[in-house]
Design a protein around this ligand. Structure first.
Ligand SMILES: Nc1ncnc2c1ncn2[C@@H]1O[C@H](COP(=O)(O)OP(=O)(O)O)[C@@H](O)[C@H]1O
Ligand SMILES: [Mg+2]
Length: 490
């Protein structure tokens, strides 16, 4: 592992949370910072012990990362967290177990109550922690599907009597803020001047004038990714010159355009291979390689991407940084992206991955395609059956619109109006709020977000007594009775 500079105070704070958990006073912490500021590095260095699965002082370590590809798959992250804890499933009360099984698609049934899912996850962690203290390192939480974020935030607020610590890392994000209310935050800023200069000096090929180093450190705000990548990209002379000029340094989101330039300097085949890998985002090398071959790209294109230091090739393709992935995608023209999505949808189809196929097919479609729309609709229904009513409107409203349905010229996407039915969520997602992708979800006259009302601003749901809720929204009596202030799973 690289030598981590600075971060003593932050590491201490994480260490304190872990120490408390080892003594049965669990808790959570949310590390928040801009891209490249060092969240992953801090999380890794302060929560890893002798091995990947071991935390400091022999704690059991479980890592769950957010992935863009799963950001709209309901409970995808919960499912990944539950996997390593599956030995404890039999210890759960029947209804918690059932809720987790339905949420993860392992059993059929009515959409589970989120409260029961939260209790199920808490129960698993508590059971594991009673044998050996547990530490969950959760990176890129801003890429979690909203259902999982909700469930984990629920758990994070109820750990005080458990031997469990959860450390989250996320970019500044309204959605994360809304879900994580009540979870202590640890804002992560840039490195100190001294550490920035040291990082820069250690990353450049030749010695750099300390005064120039200091200027660059200030200009980048001590963002380690900006510092290391600037050093890698530019000669000392260039660095010296740019420190004296007016050009803004590529920091935070601006780093993306920096990578776009870097990617555009590569050969066409390597660029296109990077686009395939970025467009898929499951990172599945088999899928990506097959789609690349379909597009006529040689195997050497993947090697070229790795040699450029932009990806690591293993069973799972890993981009050097999430910003490199978005740059690879954004560097390409829409026409080429659609061709790539088309190839990916064909390969996903041949692998029997229906939801992925539908998603790529939709991305490959410009204008109207009823067949794709029908497959999207089915995928949405599958998500709904697992209780994914928050992700569902985000992931599946972009139905290719037929000309006679709705207005033209609005991007060609619409959502088929649905009548309120028993399938509508029982516990309403808090994230059903204003975002451009959710404009078809609005506040009904009854004060509840509903999918069938016409487009318009979408407000957070208004809490109401079960008696006043419309019948399709009301929770069954059995689940209204489950509300408790106890932190213990029941
Ligand atoms: N404290 C640090 N000391 C040295 N290098 C660091 C430090 N923090 C981050 N880096 C380097 O900066 C790059 C970006 O850091 P990363 O942890 O991936 O940022 P984030 O997760 O916030 O996007 C990494 O390649 C890492 O090597
Ligand atoms: Mg990171």
């Amino acid at each position: 592992m690289i030598e981590v500079l600075g971060r003593e105070v932050e590491a201490q704070q994480i260490g304190k949370t872990l120490g408390h958990a080892r003594h049965g006073r669990g808790g959570a912490l949310l590390v928040v910072g801009e891209p490249g500021i060092g969240k992953t590095t801090l999380l890794r260095s302060s929560t890893t012990g002798a091995g990947e699965d071991t935390g400091p002082a022999g704690m059991r370590r479980i890592q769950v990362d957010g992935f863009e590809a799963e950001a709209q798959m309901p409970f995808a992250a919960v499912q990944r967290l539950v996997m390593p804890l599956r030995d404890y499933l039999p210890a759960l009360p029947e209804r918690h177990l059932r809720a987790l099984e339905v949420a993860s698609g392992r059993a059929a049934g009515p959409p589970p109550d989120r409260f029961l899912i939260g209790l199920g996850v808490l129960g698993l962690l508590a059971a594991a922690g009673s044998q050996r203290p547990v530490l969950c390192a959760i990176d890129d939480a801003h890429l979690f599907d909203p259902e999982s974020l909700d469930a984990l935030a629920f758990v994070a607020r109820r750990l005080e009597a458990e031997s469990v610590a959860v450390v989250f890392a996320a970019r500044p994000d309204d959605n994360v803020d809304a879900h994580m209310a009540g979870v202590p935050r640890l804002p992560l800023g840039g490195l100190s001047l001294e550490h920035s200069v040291r990082l820069l000096a250690r990353s450049v090929a030749e010695p750099i004038d300390p005064a120039v180093g200091a200027q660059i450190a200030v200009a980048t705000g001590g963002n380690p990714l900006a510092l290391t990548d600037l050093a890698r990209e530019l000669t000392v002379r260039q660095l010296t010159e740019s420190s004296l000029g007016d050009q803004p340094f590529p920091v935070g989101r601006r780093l993306e355009s920096f990578y776009v330039r870097q990617i555009r300097a590569l050969g066409n085949e390597v660029q296109e291979w990077l686009l395939v890998a970025a467009a898929d985002a499951t990172g599945d090398l088999a899928l990506i390689s097959e789609a690349a071959a379909k597009l006529g790209l040689p195997e050497s294109a993947a090697d070229g991407a790795e040699e450029a230091g932009l990806v690591e090739l293993a069973a799972q393709v890993r981009f050097r940084h999430p910003l490199v992935r978005s740059a690879a995608y954004n560097a390409a023209a829409g026409r080429i992206r659609r061709r790539v999505h088309h190839a990916l949808s064909e390969v996903a189809d041949s692998m029997g991955r229906a939801d992925l196929e539908a998603w790529h097919a939709a991305k490959a479609t410009l204008g109207t395609d009823e067949a794709v729309a029908a497959r999207l609709e089915k995928a949405a229904d599958r998500a709904g059956e697992r209780g994914g009513f928050t992700s569902r409107p985000v992931s599946w409203p972009r139905r290719p619109r037929s000309p006679h349905r709705g207005r033209a010229g609005t991007g060609g996407w619409s959502r088929r109006p649905r009548q309120p039915s028993p399938q509508v969520p029982r516990s309403w997602p808090r994230t059903c709020s204003t975002t451009s992708t959710r404009t078809n979800w609005t506040t009904s006259p009854a004060g509840v977000c509903c999918p069938c009302a016409p487009s318009g601003p979408c407000s957070p749901p208004i809490p109401r007594s079960p008696g006043s809720a419309p019948t399709w929204w009301r929770r069954p009596t059995s689940s209204t009775a489950t509300t408790t202030s106890s932190s213990r799973p029941r």
